[in-house]
Design a protein around this ligand. Structure first.
Ligand SMILES: [Zn+2]
Length: 176
């Protein structure tokens, strides 16, 4: 007897998506939907009006209101949207890379120094940039005519400074 696949139903097992798979799903369109990525990875995102002075964001174990991971990310409501988006991406990066160190929560100051090592903060900034400014998407936008720093940063909803760093454009002294 020969087995046949013709009439068999192939069910797709429910395999949890890795962070990389979730992130990649959202990187074809600008701006990269960082809030959907974060929520899909089980973290709720909040705009906060009561963060401590000098704090741009935080990630914490939020037993009451956190997402399925148990975590919430908060950003300072009054900061510009591009800045808030980078803060969410930076905190999400800590969750992906440094989760074992987050049980006590992190408060990020305006330089994104949240209490981990400077190497770990650099890693979080790098992954945040990778998420928000994927090179294939940048190339696509340039091909569509978004060929200035201003246009590109507007479409990506990132700060021109973050994009400059991403593209390796030397920064000018601020007094020039
Ligand atoms: Zn940090």
């Amino acid at each position: 007897m020969t087995a046949t696949m013709e009439n068999s139903v192939i069910t797709t097992p429910t395999v949890p998506q890795t962070p990389g798979e979730v992130i990649a799903k959202y990187q074809a369109v600008a701006p990269v939907d960082i809030v959907s990525i974060t929520q899909e990875l089980g973290i709720r995102v909040w705009e906060m009006h009561d963060l401590p002075e000098g704090t741009s964001g935080q990630i914490w174990l939020d037993a009451v209101n956190g997402g399925t991971s148990g975590f919430s990310i908060g950003v300072r409501a009054s900061e510009p949207l591009s800045r808030k988006r980078f803060t969410v991406a930076h905190e999400l990066a800590h969750y992906i890379l440094h989760r074992s160190k987050l049980d006590g929560g992190l408060f990020e100051d305006i330089m994104y120094r949240g209490g981990l090592s400077s190497r770990e903060e650099t890693q979080a900034n790098q992954l945040a940039a990778d998420i928000l400014m994927p090179f294939p998407l940048i190339r696509k936008l340039i091909n569509e005519g978004e060929n200035t720093l201003e246009k590109l940063s507007h479409r990506l909803l990132v700060s021109p400074l973050a994009l400059k760093i991403r593209l390796g454009i030397p920064l000018q002294p601020s007094n020039s």
